[in-house]
Design a protein around this ligand. Structure first.
Ligand SMILES: [Zn+2]
Length: 252
C-alpha cells in the first residue's frame, strides 16, 4: 500500500494568503488537492491522507500536519501551494516545485520533484521555473520524501487567468497524481464496464408543453425558433441567436 499525504496549504481565512482581488490561496490549493485525490483513487493500492482542514475553516498548524504524516508513516508528503511575489499585480509568472535545502534532503524528493514540476507547468500552461530548494517546515520536518508545489503566482496578471480556470486547477491536480503514479509505479484499477448511454430524451418533433403551446407557435411565426426539439435545453449560442431574431423581429 502506498500512503500519500496531501496538504492544501494554509486555511481559507489565513491572513495575507490571497490574490490582490481577495481570492483565497487555500481555495486554489484545495481544488488541486481534490482533483489529485480523485485521480489517485483510480489507481490500485493507494491510501490518501489529507492533513489540512478539508473544510478550510481552520489553518491546521504545520507541526500538526507533519506529526500526522510521520505518525501515519506516509511514503510521501505533497504540499500544494500558489505563489505570491509583492501582493500587487505584476507580470512575474511560472510554476515552481520545492524540496528541502538541508543535508537531509532525500534523493527521492528531488526525483519526485523533477517528475512533478514539468507536468504542473504543462497542465497550467505556465512557465517552468524549475525545481528549487527551501527551508520550509513541511519539507524539513517530514520523515519521508516531501515536495511543495507553487502552481503559479496569485498576484500575476498572467498566472491568475490559469488559476481562475477550474479545468486548469483540475489538470494540475491530475498531473500531480499521474507523476506520483509514475514515481510509485502504480497500476490503474480495472475500468468498470461502461453503462450504456441513455437515449435522447428530447424528441425533435415533440409537441410543446401545453402551457407554452400558444406562445411557442407565436415564436415560430416570428421566426425566433424553427419549432424543433421544443423541450430540449438550449445552448448559449442558441439563446443568443433567438434573442437576436426576436430583436430583429421588433425592428421590422
Ligand atoms: Zn502558500
Amino acid at each position: 500500500m502506498v500512503k500519500i499525504v496531501l496538504d492544501a496549504g494554509h486555511g481559507q481565512s489565513t491572513l495575507g494568503k490571497q490574490s490582490p482581488d481577495g481570492e483565497r490561496e487555500w481555495d486554489f490549493n484545495s481544488r488541486v488537492v481534490e482533483a489529485c485525490a480523485a485521480k489517485l483513487k483510480t489507481y490500485e493500492n493507494v491510501e490518501v491522507l489529507r492533513v489540512d482542514d478539508p473544510s478550510g475553516k481552520t489553518d491546521v498548524p504545520l507541526v500538526e500536519r507533519t506529526n500526522k504524516a510521520n505518525a501515519w508513516k506516509a511514503d510521501v508528503y505533497v504540499a500544494v501551494h500558489h505563489n505570491a511575489n509583492t501582493g500587487n499585480w505584476g507580470n512575474w509568472t511560472g510554476v515552481e516545485t520545492y524540496t528541502f535545502n538541508g543535508h537531509s534532503v532525500s534523493k527521492k524528493s528531488t526525483e519526485l520533484a523533477k517528475l512533478v514540476q514539468p507536468q504542473i507547468a504543462k497542465a497550467m500552461g505556465l512557465t517552468d521555473r524549475g525545481v528549487r530548494q527551501a527551508n520550509f517546515h513541511v519539507l524539513r520536518e517530514t520523515r519521508m520524501p516531501a515536495i511543495l508545489t507553487e502552481g503559479g503566482f496569485m498576484d500575476s496578471a498572467i498566472d491568475i487567468q490559469a488559476l481562475r480556470s477550474m479545468d486548469k486547477l483540475r489538470a494540475q491536480g491530475e498531473a500531480i497524481a499521474e507523476a506520483l503514479a509514475v514515481y510509485f509505479k502504480l497500476k490503474k484499477k480495472p475500468v468498470e464496464a461502461e453503462t450504456p448511454q441513455p437515449v435522447e430524451p428530447y424528441e425533435k418533433d415533440a409537441p410543446p408543453s401545453p402551457g407554452f403551446a400558444e406562445e411557442f407557435q407565436a415564436a415560430i411565426d416570428l421566426g425566433i425558433t424553427n419549432g424543433t426539439y421544443p423541450r430540449r435545453p438550449a445552448t448559449r449560442e442558441e439563446v443568443a441567436v433567438m434573442i437576436l431574431r426576436a430583436l430583429r423581429s421588433c425592428i421590422k
